[in-house]
Ligand binder design. Structure first.
Ligand SMILES: NC(=O)c1ccc[n+]([C@@H]2O[C@H](COP(=O)([O-])OP(=O)(O)OC[C@H]3O[C@@H](n4cnc5c(N)ncnc54)[C@H](O)[C@@H]3O)[C@@H](O)[C@H]2O)c1
Length: 260
């Protein structure tokens, strides 16, 4: 008979009481959904985003209660040091979600080199610096959880996605696994999430064209777009004690897309 942690106390361990999380790019979209989910599970949440996002970031923090906005440009090492110092002053870090990301939708043949650099800076250098500075902070707390926001495009090639995006999201998949292996001894778990297309205002614009809508939905065996809340629920699981033995995993949140 299975007597693992799921046999009886499941409801108790998918919670984050007493934990502190920093979520990047959390003023809107998937990051905001994660911040809301973590706060509802009992965590104190630092909503980290660019200074220009301070208004929605502060409004979200106010709505959540045990939360604060922290200005952070993930491409800047100084900015990471300052943001994590703020978290340290508040008692220390248990969970880092490297969620901030950008997509400049230029195919390889026309993409300007400076745009490729900009995508690498936010999508790869950002999480790299975040992990670099979060690892010592997590170690001071006796361990913790890092979640890197990749994409289905970090697992397989995708005909509607640009090469630059897949380069950045693929890099996150293996950054995650290397950290998972190297820092397991410090009780630091590192996993990546791989959503398929999420229902956002941008995609609803694209869906005004019925052919494109059919094309995109046709890729997903479950027949719908991901909701930001689907991704947030997976992030909560990976952050929580329920995932205590889950380390180095690349978890699709894609309705079966990459299984097809
Ligand atoms: N939306 C999708 O369909 C989808 C699918 C798979 C993966 N993802 C990934 O999920 C993550 C979030 O996507 P989203 O759709 O919520 O995006 P979004 O554009 O709605 O939000 C991204 C947030 O990141 C912030 N950000 C951008 N550059 C930053 C920087 N340098 N420093 C700090 N913050 C910065 C923005 O200000 C914004 O608040 C991204 O990594 C994205 O690649 C999205």
């Amino acid at each position: 008979m299975c007597t693992g942690p799921s046999s009886g106390h499941w409801g108790l361990i998918v919670e984050l009481n007493g934990k502190t999380a920093l979520v990047t790019g959390a003023a809107q979209g998937i990051g905001a959904a994660i911040a809301r989910r973590f706060a509802a599970a009992g965590a104190r949440v630092f909503i980290a985003d660019l200074e220009k996002q301070a208004a929605p970031g502060r409004a979200l923090a106010e709505a959540l209660g045990k939360a604060a906005f922290v200005p952070l440009d993930v491409t800047s090492e100084e900015s990471w040091i300052a943001a994590l110092a703020m978290v340290e002053d508040a008692g220390g870090l248990d969970i880092l979600v490297n969620n901030a990301g950008i997509n400049i939708r230029e195919p390889i043949e026309v993409m300007r080199a400076e745009n490729f650099d900009a995508m690498l800076a936010v999508n790869v250098k950002g999480p790299f610096l975040g992990c670099k500075h979060a690892i010592p902070a997590l170690r001071r707390r006796g361990g913790g959880s890092i979640i890197n926001m990749s994409s289905v495009c970090g697992l397989v090639g995708h005909r509607y996605t640009t090469e630059a995006y897949t380069v950045t999201k693929g890099a996150l998949t293996l950054l995650t696994k290397t950290i998972a292996v190297r820092y397991a001894g410090d009780n630091i778990r590192c996993n990546s999430l791989h959503p398929s297309t999420v229902d956002t205002p941008l995609i609803q614009e694209l869906f005004k064209d019925p052919a494109r809508k059919a094309e995109r939905l046709g890729e997903v065996p479950l027949g719908r777009l991901a909701a930001a809340e689907d991704v947030a629920a997976a992030a909560l699981f990976l952050a929580s004690p329920a995932a205590a033995f889950i380390n180095g995993v690349a978890l699709p949140v894609d309705g079966g897309t990459t299984a097809d």
